[in-house]
Design a protein around this ligand. Structure first.
Ligand code: DX5
Ligand code: ZN
Length: 217
């Protein structure tokens, strides 16, 4: 199975967002990954709903919305209004994760739980059957262009085992420092979905890089 490729808009040229989204629309990308930050859960602020509305209108690819914010449940309606495919909330930001996951599903989106580099895969055992995907952070969230944390490969293998043992249908997504080299190793370890920011948008030919990521095996 070829991996699902989700370029991360965070690394795009924000002065020419429409042009960047049109490039994604014409590429082999499967989804468009959107990073929302609040300056509280992570030490950075990215883009909010007034910017994301035109982004959503221009994108022909399903939106994979990654919320690096506290109390993400407050924004289920706003994310839904974008027409998002997935809503990714952090394990570390949700004391009542089971409720939030249910609310996202009731809103008609696919619920995704995201774990930071220091959060063990084993903590997902009681929620793994309820989510459509797990996003494993392979950098500390907040910024594009960081170095891939090698231990992520072991976490992906652990997660693959947990999913197989429990009969969960969850996909495994990885975000942070993904390029052709780390991407190949992640796919071999069991990753289904690769998010890539800098590797795509800072490459000489983003369309070709997306094509190459799509054909990793
Ligand atoms: C980081 C974001 C990522 C980021 C990845 O906190 O969640 O989606 O855009 O960027 P790269 O691929 O450059 O590490
Ligand atoms: Zn992200």
């Amino acid at each position: 199975m070829k991996p699902i490729i989700a370029p991360s808009l965070l690394s795009a040229d924000f002065a020419h967002l429409a042009r960047e989204i049109e490039m994604i629309n014409r590429s082999d990308a499967d989804w468009l990954h959107i990073d929302v930050m609040d300056g509280v859960f992570v030490p950075n602020i990215s883009m909010g709903f007034p910017v994301l509305k035109p982004v959503a209108e221009l994108s022909e690819k399903p939106l994979d919305v990654h919320l690096m914010i506290v109390q993400p449940e407050k924004f289920i309606d706003e994310v839904k209004a974008l027409g998002a495919h997935t809503m990714n909330v952090h394990y570390e930001a949700c004391p009542h994760l089971h409720r939030v996951i249910q609310q996202i599903r009731e809103a008609g989106m696919e619920p995704v739980v995201t774990i930071n580099p220091a959060t063990p895969v084993a903590l997902l055992s009681d929620i793994i059957r309820d989510v459509d995907m797990v996003l494993v952070m392979s950098v500390n969230p907040g910024f594009g262009g960081q170095q891939f944390i090698e231990h992520t490969l072991e976490k992906v293998r652990q997660l693959r085992r947990l999913i197989d043992e429990t009969g969960s249908k969850a996909l495994i997504e990885v975000d942070g420092g993904v390029n052709l080299e780390t991407g190949a190793r992640l796919v071999a370890a069991g990753a289904d979905v690769l998010v890539a920011g800098n590797a795509v948008f800072r490459s000489p030919n983003p369309t070709e890089t997306i094509h190459a990521l799509k054909n990793l095996r």
